[in-house]
Design a protein around this ligand. Structure first.
Ligand SMILES: *Cc1c(COP(=O)(O)O)cnc(C)c1O
Length: 363
């Protein structure tokens, strides 16, 4: 036997036990990586762009954690593109001012080409979002948002969207399915940048969608599967295997990184160079605003030695970055905002390194 039915098992068991070959004497403990583009005729699978057993283990684990059917994509943006392609031509999309810059950029492109009509909202202002939902086709939610760490009242927004005939996509990259399961709140599709916490080691780029196991959810999942097959944004077998290897430690990593993030947020709050700390109280991303504007923030990023000065997040190693250094970042994100992706190192070591960098800013 092997663990196929997760009922009654805690998430920390499920991330370890699901998506493995059946238990038989002599069987491999891990799925194998299959490098093939095609299969001999008359079997269950025919061509590796359409169906690929290399994806099954990861899709089984992620689908189980989110409570739906997962599909692996070539990147988080490929997954988000597939979902946004389901909006009818010229349809109305309500989306946050602040979200991952790739998502906000894609929404702008779609709006500029006439493919969608875009209504931007403050996703943490529930009444503003609800007012914008009249006549909308879809709500794009991200919570907490990247990099402003705003939190949306997802259950209320999802219910309001459904009452007005709009479906809801929720980007769950920051929270991970261990801290938040949007499908259980009624969301129609969850998207992930698997690149971040799920894979967890900054060594690959991958994405996923998860749709609920309801009748309409199954239909949505089929549309996304068709989109993945025809557009071809599929992950490779090696990346998928690495992501499955990474997700095995997800519960340990999320727990440790979350504890570290609490310690970092509290530990810098009273520093004279810090003007604001953004931390939603869960997860492992912390935003800090510092004195000295963009230059002050850049000097902090350059002065740390333990923190990795690089873009991206969700790896075992702590990362630091001033988001506005990227021209694509939304212009209402403060110039002096530093995004910290807190990793699993010792919180004391991380805090000492960060405080030394903060001490060096001249007011
Ligand atoms: C990184 C990120 C994405 C994009 O994912 P890629 O794997 O880089 O394509 C989407 N949403 C959020 C919240 C992200 O942080």
């Amino acid at each position: 036997m092997s663990v196929q039915d997760s009922a009654g098992l805690s998430p920390s068991t499920r991330v370890v036990s699901l998506g493995r070959p059946a238990h038989q004497p002599g069987a491999a403990v891990n799925p194998s990586v299959t490098f093939t583009s095609t299969y001999l005729a008359d079997g269950d699978v025919s061509y590796a762009r359409v169906d690929n057993p290399s994806w099954s283990g990861l899709e089984a684990v992620l689908g189980d954690l989110e409570g739906g059917r997962a599909l692996a994509f070539a990147s988080g943006m490929a997954a988000i593109s597939a979902v946004l392609a389901q909006v009818p031509h010229g349809g109305v999309v309500v989306a946050p001012h602040h979200a991952y810059s790739g998502t906000t950029g894609l929404l702008d492109d779609l709006a500029n080409s006439g493919a969608i009509q875009l209504r931007r909202v403050d996703i943490s202002d529930t009444s503003e979002v609800v007012a914008a939902l009249d006549g909308a086709d879809a709500l794009v939610a991200e919570s907490p948002t990247n990099p402003m760490l705003e939190v949306a009242d997802l259950p209320t927004l999802i219910e309001a969207a459904h009452e007005r005939g709009a479906w809801v996509m929720c980007d769950n990259t920051f929270a991970t399915p261990l801290l938040q399961q949007p499908l259980s709140m009624g969301a129609d599709v969850v998207v992930h940048s698997v690149t971040k916490y799920l894979a967890g080691h900054s060594d690959l780029v991958m994405g996923a969608t998860v749709t609920p196991k309801t009748e309409s959810g199954e239909r949505f999942g089929e549309q996304l599967h068709t989109h993945r097959s025809s557009r071809g944004a599929i992950p490779g077998p090696m990346e998928t295997w690495l992501a499955l290897r990474g997700i095995r430690t997800l519960s340990l990593r999320v727990e440790r990184a979350g504890e570290n993030a609490q310690a970092i947020a509290a530990g810098v709050a009273d520093h004279p160079a810090v003007t604001r700390v953004r931390y939603p109280g869960f997860g492992a991303i912390v935003g800090i605003e510092v004195i000295g504007g963009a230059a002050g923030a850049e000097s902090v990023c350059a002065a740390t030695s333990l923190w990795t000065h690089s873009t991206s997040l969700g790896g075992v190693e702590s990362q630091i970055e001033r988001r506005r250094r990227h021209a694509a970042e939304v212009h209402t994100v403060p110039e002096e905002l530093i995004r910290l992706s807190v990793g699993i190192e010792s919180a004391d070591d991380l805090l000492r390194d960060l405080i030394a960098a903060l001490d060096a800013i001249q007011p």
